[in-house]
Design a protein around this ligand. Sequence first.
Ligand SMILES: Cc1ncc(COP(=O)(O)O)c(C=O)c1O
Length: 364
Amino acid sequence: MSFISAATAIIDLDALCSNYRLLADKAAPAEASAVVKANAYGLGATMVAKTLAEREGCRWFFVATIAEGIEVRSVLPDAHIGVFYGANHAEDAAAIAEHGLIPVLNSLEQVSVWREHAATLGKSHKAIVQVDTGMTRAGMSLEDAAQLAQDASLLAGIEVAYFMSHLACAEMLHHPLNAKQAARFKQLEALFPNAKFSFSNSSGIFLGKGFHKDLVRPGMALYGLNPTPDERNPMRVVVTVQAPVLQQRILTEDECVGYGATFKASKGARLAVVGIGYADGLLRSLSNRGKAYINGYTVPIAGIVSMDLTVLDVSSVPEGVIKDGDMAELIGTHLEADKVAETAGTIGYELFTSITSRVKRVYK
Ligand SMILES: Cc1ncc(COP(=O)(O)O)c(C=O)c1O
């Protein structure tokens, strides 16, 4: 059955591939992976991973959880799939090994869980070791990494594919933490002179060659968000969210719009009711602040975004230009995701990962 009268997210796979190419070219000779956790930031992990693998030759993918890794494995039998959460229990280790996933080991405890699992199988197992260089989130300390360097038995049966760290402020070119993390990363490299390393997220790729190491791990820039927020966005728009006009009305007297009667509309105002709400991921904080783009016009959201419906004030659009059933863009080429997120008081990552399963993903 085919129907279109609901909110839709159109995912431009050509733009995704072109973004991957731009990042991979910039990072070369480092290899470019793709971070596809959280359902590829809401875009659909299996479709994104399969497309990047088949069309661009991407070989490395990163997810947060084992379940996400298993999902990507179901479409890519041969890819390297890193799991950021690592393994805290023998059961986690067994599931990771069963599906051929690669744990990111974030502590000496996780190293020992993986080492013990490798010992039960009697063969060497790949892993990535994450070291914290200043983000103070996941990852072991440099001191713990030094222990691994000094005592080879701690990594017995573990083949470390990469030592990695994560940047906290890469999108701020001149933030002093970038240099501090880079200096600590050098200490990590000195501990393991023959190893391979991974440091940069999307924004890190734009910090210069010194941050590229052997493998970069972009996420947001693949999906069209701006990795260099102080400059023009070099990435192509990948995501367009649109919703249908369900009904239009012309006010015959002054009225208030929506829950809480927060928007005052005058007699003669023209309103369009669109089929999208916070249950679709249109953030409620866009109430009375956000905008939509329809048939060549940018119009304001009038009143509170409700669960399934949002009202647009289309008084500025000449009569007859909008027909019931026309689609209004809420995020896309005319309403940049980063800007919409800023208006909503958040970041593009949250905007995208908030798009719920009710919104049909259409790949083009
Ligand atoms: C460890 C790690 N590496 C890479 C990424 C990708 O970051 P970004 O989406 O900013 O490119 C993330 C995402 O948060 C991450 O947690």
